[in-house]
Ligand binder design. Structure first.
Ligand code: PPE
Length: 312
């Protein structure tokens, strides 16, 4: 991975190499961490963070679901992040805040293990490749089902839960595909290993509902809003695996991946990116880079005057 100079850790800006943890950190042993993936785009008005507030609110919600209290407000984390990007002299970058139980107590009920919070930022290119973004990727339906709400919390973005995504992703990569599509515990389509999924049928946009154990993706929400604004019908409903094979178009959405067309699923051709996918991909990109005034409300510019508070 690419490095940056500084990482924010528990309120301080420290050198990248020094941002380490103790080997007995609780989160390392039990997966007790919650995190976010956010992106900053060097767009029309200078660098700005896409839907910053929504991501930080989701971070706090994920923490609450696992009985963890983050000792910083969303506002404090937002200010720290903007400052971190400025101090690292970055424009477009990926942002990874994580809150995890640190060192202090082992065992499953380790309420005294402190909650540590770090934020890292670094340049990270398109997750599934530029080629994938322009020509589509080949995906495989995983033999692993997405974590069920009977056992974990699909709505939380929690570290330990990603073992499920890693099994699916590793299986698909070993079989020569670029991404895995997971079904939920009922056998309906859920999402990619790190992206939500959409299909286009007869000009209508369909995506699995919250009840299909999805992560409530912020890119998903943005693309749904953009699609409706463009006049498309958007419906959340359960989708069968076989419906994907027969769809006119299929694409994935996520912060790291952005909007990526799927051109083949389980060796069934979907085809080169279709007109709806291409139009939404362009409109989404325009929103990310501040080229569409309608969606400027989604951007948090990093050059905010009010961050430049005088030292106390
Ligand atoms: N589902 C999962 C399981 C998921 O991890 C992500 C984001 C999404 C859906 C899409 O959510 P959103 O980014 O809010 O639109 N995955 C993050 C982590 C990827 C990684 O490899 O790490 C991301 O895209 O940043």
């Amino acid at each position: 991975m690419e490095q940056a100079e500084l990482i924010w850790k528990n309120g301080e800006f420290i050198p990248w190499e020094q941002a380490t943890v103790h080997v007995l950190s609780h989160g390392l042993h039990y997966g007790t961490g919650v995190f976010e993936g956010i992106r900053c785009y060097d767009g029309e008005q200078g660098p700005a963070i896409f839907r910053h507030r929504e991501h930080l609110e989701r971070l706090h919600r994920s923490a609450q679901l696992y009985y963890m209290e983050i000792p910083y407000t969303a506002d404090e984390l937002a200010t720290a992040t903007r400052e971190l990007i400025r101090r690292n002299n970055l424009g477009s970058c990926y942002i990874r805040p994580i809150a995890f139980r640190g060192y202090g107590e082992m065992g499953l009920y380790a309420q005294s293990a402190p909650i540590e919070v770090t934020i890292a930022v670094w340049p990270w290119g398109s997750y599934l490749g530029d080629e994938g973004k322009s020509h589509g990727i080949r995906a495989k339906v995983s033999s692993w089902r997405r974590i069920s709400p009977d056992s974990l919390i699909p709505h939380a973005k929690a570290s330990g839960q990603y073992l499920n995504s890693i099994l699916a992703k590793t299986e698909s990569a070993a079989a020569g595909y670029q991404e895995a599509i997971l079904l939920d515990e009922r056998g309906f389509v859920c999402e990619g290993s790190g992206e939500n999924i959409f299909m286009v049928v007869d000009g209508e946009l369909l995506t699995p509902p919250q009840s299909a154990s999805i992560l409530d993706g912020i890119s998903r929400d943005s693309v749904m809003q953009i699609a409706r604004d463009l006049g498309y019908e958007v419906r959340e409903r359960d989708i069968l695996r076989s419906e994907l094979y027969r769809a006119d178009e299929v694409f994935l959405t996520g912060t790291a991946a952005e909007l990526v067309p799927v051109r083949e699923i389980d060796d069934h051709p979907i085809g080169e990116p279709g007109p709806v996918t291409k139009r939404l991909q362009q409109a989404f990109e325009d929103a990310l880079y501040g080229r569409d005034s309608q969606y400027l409300r989604w951007l948090d510019p990093i050059t905010r005057i009010r961050d430049a508070a005088p030292a106390a």
